[in-house]
Design a protein around this ligand. Structure first.
Ligand code: 5AD
Ligand code: SF4
Length: 488
């Protein structure tokens, strides 16, 4: 599922022989995949660059979840065609690859409509990139540098062997906060969603492989790991004892087995898959942060049914209550869709009521938009655009007010902040609170990667600011009741 942090991994300029530019669209899984594609290509001499015009190879790692996704890819390809022409005039060349979910869904169409594309690859085949690059280079060996007709490389298989068995260990300096894919694909088939078609059936990586990758990430500098999966809490990987482990057990094991890992998060979860073990982990594993992204999509049972969400509103409330009993200061985030086919004003009012009753620290809300090939696309009673617009505005007004109230409740409190990188101004770092809020504070570069208690002094549009000059106050989780009041 899609979720974007404001600042995904930025490619780093290096002095390796060939330059690779990866443009990442969409979710955190794509950010992870981009980093792994860079790892796979590093042994071929590719180091990353931030400027496409300098690149010997460009990968567009696409997302299919938002509207007009493929149109955006085609216009980007138009720009790349021009950049490549300039490079050719200068005597160099550029390999152009399209990866990710748009590639998976529209691979052949991309090669037909955009002959400048050398490689199209789906999310399950990027371990084969070196071979694809070799084939693309060969196909280009015609004298004029143009590809031989029909020789574009297309690899959108769902191979039986897992790419995870073929990926190298994460390389180079690692961001303080890293992603680790533990699960991929989805078997839920919500009627609005393309993920089961583009990412395929659910697959969970074995525990030993995940532990090894987590250790490599920490050895390379990570202090926080976000476990990723389109339906991450459906995780059911093979444990070291050969039995099947669920996500709660995996989280507990990572907390115990990976020295130096100070924070664990996971995303994105489905309400149906929040089991007792995972809820208990929120109470018992100190490294597991008190923040959960738990999409509900709608507050109406009628709409949830049409969406094939496989749960009712009541279940969502019950889970939230159990989670808050386990971890009273847990901050919640969610996804909402307004204007799903057949959504009435009464259904929408039920969504507003749910939001008011639960109280969210942050949330993402979208107008329903048709994804060809999904059941929702052919449903009758599509909701007019103007109605969707108006509902989205009303929903976002409530969600924004809750977010501001949640942030404002932090003023005067002391929060442990994991410093991640330099802030906008000199002498300043930015990090994250346990509740995933960005926090700016005066600090020195060497403090990146450390958790520091900060007294929160102010809130801006998207972040908090604090300092540690003030006397240290109680940590926030020792005073949970007033926090919930702030968002209730
Ligand atoms: N229309 C609108 N929103 C969608 N999402 C997924 N598919 C659609 C669609 N067709 C939203 C859901 C999901 C989030 C990642 O994107 O809310 O949880
Ligand atoms: Fe899509 Fe539903 Fe699966 Fe989430 S649970 S990835 S919304 S099908």
């Amino acid at each position: 599922m899609e979720r974007t942090r404001p600042d995904p991994i930025r490619p780093v300029e290096t002095a390796l022989a060939k330059k690779l530019y990866i443009k990442t669209y969409g979710c955190q899984m794509n950010v992870y995949d981009s980093a792994r594609m860079a790892d796979v290509l590093a042994p071929l001499g590719y180091g990353t660059t931030e400027t496409p015009a300098d690149a010997d190879m460009v990968i567009l790692n696409t997302c299919h979840i938002r509207e007009h996704a493929s149109e955006k890819v085609f216009s980007e390809l138009g720009r790349l065609r021009a950049a490549r022409a300039e490079r050719r005039e200068g005597g160099t060349d550029m390999i152009i690859a399209v990866a990710g979910c748009v590639a998976q869904a529209e691979g052949a169409e991309i090669l037909r409509r955009a002959p400048e594309v050398d490689i199209v690859l789906g999310p399950q085949t990027y371990h084969r990139l070196p071979e694809m690059v070799a084939r693309a280079t060969w196909a280009r060996s015609a004298k004029d540098g143009n590809r031989r007709r029909g020789a574009g490389v297309l690899d959108t298989d769902f191979p039986t062997e897992s790419k995870f068995d073929h990926l190298p260990a994460p390389a180079g300096d690692q961001a303080v906060s890293a992603f680790l894919a533990v699960q991929e694909g989805c078997d839920k088939f919500c009627t609005f969603c393309v993920v089961p078609y583009t990412r395929g059936a659910e697959f969970s990586r074995p525990v030993a492989q995940i532990v090894a990758e987590a250790r490599a990430l920490v050895a390379a500098g990570a202090r926080e790991i976000t476990l990723l999966g389109q339906n991450v809490n459906a995780y059911h990987g093979e444990g070291p004892d050969g039995s099947e482990w669920a996500l709660g057990r995996l989280v507990r094991h990572l907390a115990d087995a990976v020295d130096g890992l100070v924070r664990i998060r996971y995303t994105t979860s489905h309400p149906r898959d929040m089991d007792d073990e995972l809820i208990a982990a929120h109470a018992e594993v100190p490294q597991l942060m008190p923040f959960l992204h738990l999409p509900v999509q709608s507050g109406s049972d009628r709409v949830l049914e049409a969406m094939n969400r496989q749960h009712k509103v009541k279940l969502y409330f019950e889970i939230v209550e159990r989670l808050r009993t386990a971890r009273p200061d847990l901050a919640l985030s969610s996804d909402f869709i307004v204007g799903f086919p057949g959504e009435s004003e009464t259904d929408f009012a039920a969504t507003l009521k749910l939001v008011e009753e639960i109280g969210f620290a942050q949330a993402f809300s979208f107008k329903y938009s048709i994804r060809p090939g999904t059941p929702g696309a052919v449903m009758e009673n599509q909701v007019p655009e103007a109605v969707k617009d108006e509902r989205l505005q009303r929903l976002q007004a409530v969600l924004n007010a809750q977010q501001v109230a949640f942030n404002r409740a932090m003023i005067g409190r002391t929060l442990p902040v994991l410093f991640e990188k330099p802030g906008k101004h000199a002498g300043q770092l930015v990090g994250r609170s346990p509740y995933l809020q960005a926090v700016h504070a005066p600090a020195e570069l060497w403090e990146i990667g450390r958790v520091v208690d900060l007294r929160i002094e102010d809130i801006g549009h998207f972040s908090l600011s604090g300092s540690r000059d003030a006397p240290v106050q109680r940590a926030i989780h020792s005073n949970p009741a007033s926090l919930q009041e702030a968002v209730a």
